[in-house]
Design a protein around this ligand. Structure first.
Ligand SMILES: [Fe+2]
Ligand SMILES: [Fe+2]
Length: 353
């Protein structure tokens, strides 16, 4: 679960806020004294009296020590210009008003996920109904995951089915060509992995039901990224060590978001939480070893790594299919060698794109 610290005084109502954010955020309520004894974390909400508190200079000094990308969101009275000015002077990165709107809080913490798909220039995607349907579904499931709302699994299944049909009818290269035009790196990546996983399943001759499962997992594997701040998620450059540490929480956040959805198969949740595990134990979040990693997870991991390598990024040109495949080979004991060999024709299809 995602943890944040809320510094509150006697007026704060922890129980009500916990209820509103159940399933989305775990809030650690502390007094200002308790907060000042620890180091500031990445996400702090401050809901205290800013009118005349003698401890405010201490709070300012404390917030000055927060990590570079950390958020400090202050809650103030909407009518009090003094409180808002003070909040900014103390180091607020954002200001919200009482009574606290939890949607607004999540928006400040993680960014507005609806902006991920608002791109009028995506004409190529709009022309392809299967791609457009998959983008719409991604938009909805990311928004649901972000707000702790239930996921529409029927919509994911039908969009996944559309991906399977599209890849079977028009080929992987056409799919990759179109989805690489999406401006959001996150959606582009999920769509690429979905197409690659489906084509991989097709190559291995798995059942139609398994291809559906692979498409479902391709769409959902990174759903935990809905809870990663957009400034990190869509950063037009490489992530630094702190940002990478935040990003590495996404498999667990994905499991948190999906854990409340009834009827999801265990294999699906396994793929979501373990797609960054490697056979040699060097992956995350659990450092699993080969015997603990299921075949479907191994397949999604290969599609995921390859998808990331051939993506269009603002700071690097996409790798060719051949160059990306060579990197899979170079990863040696991390990936399943037999599956990597079977993936070669899929990578070559990607090469044509
Ligand atoms: Fe991931
Ligand atoms: Fe991924």
């Amino acid at each position: 679960m995602h943890h944040i610290t809320l510094i509150g005084d006697s007026r704060a109502n922890p129980a009500a806020l916990r209820r509103q954010l159940a399933g989305t955020l775990e809030i650690n309520f502390v007094s200002l004294e308790e907060a000042l004894r620890a180091q500031p974390g990445l996400e702090t909400v401050v809901d205290i009296n800013l009118q005349d508190d003698a401890r405010l200079p201490l709070l300012k000094e404390w917030l000055g020590r927060k990590p570079a990308h950390a958020k400090a969101i202050f809650i103030t009275d909407k009518t009090s210009h003094l409180q808002q000015t003070r909040a900014v002077a103390l180091g607020a990165t954002d200001v919200l008003y009482r009574p606290l709107d939890t949607r607004a809080l999540l928006g400040k913490l993680w960014g507005d996920v609806s902006t991920l798909s608002a791109d009028p220039a995506n004409a190529a995607i709009r022309k392809e109904p299967a791609v457009a349907a998959a983008v719409d579904t991604l938009k909805n499931i990311f928004a649901s995951a972000c707000m702790g709302e239930p996921l529409n699994s029927a919509a994911v299944e039908s969009a996944g089915g559309a991906v399977v049909s599209h890849v079977e009818a028009k080929g992987l290269a056409a799919w990759i060509d179109t989805v690489r035009t999406h401006h959001s790196m996150t959606y582009q990546h999920c769509l690429l992995v979905t197409g690659l996983a489906v084509a991989f399943g097709q190559k291995l001759g798995v059942s139609k039901a398994d291809r559906q499962r692979l498409s479902f997992a391709g769409m959902l594997h990174d759903i935990g990224k809905a809870r990663i701040p957009l400034s990190i998620l869509e950063k037009p450059g490489r992530l630094d060590a702190d940002e990478m540490a935040v990003m590495r929480n996404h498999p667990q956040y994905g499991l948190d978001a999906l854990g409340t959805v009834p009827g999801l198969p265990a294999e699906m949740l396994d793929m979501v939480v373990h797609h960054h595990e490697y056979l040699d134990g060097s992956g995350y979040p659990h450092g699993l070893h080969a015997s603990e990693i299921a075949d479907l997870v191994r397949m999604i991991t290969i599609a995921d790594v390859f998808g990331a390598l051939i993506e269009r990024r603002s700071y690097k040109p996409p790798l060719s299919g051949a160059a990306a495949y060579q990197i899979l080979l170079d990863m040696g004991p991390k990936l399943d060698k037999d599956l990597v060999r079977e993936f070669k024709p899929v990578a070559q299809l990607g090469l044509a794109a």
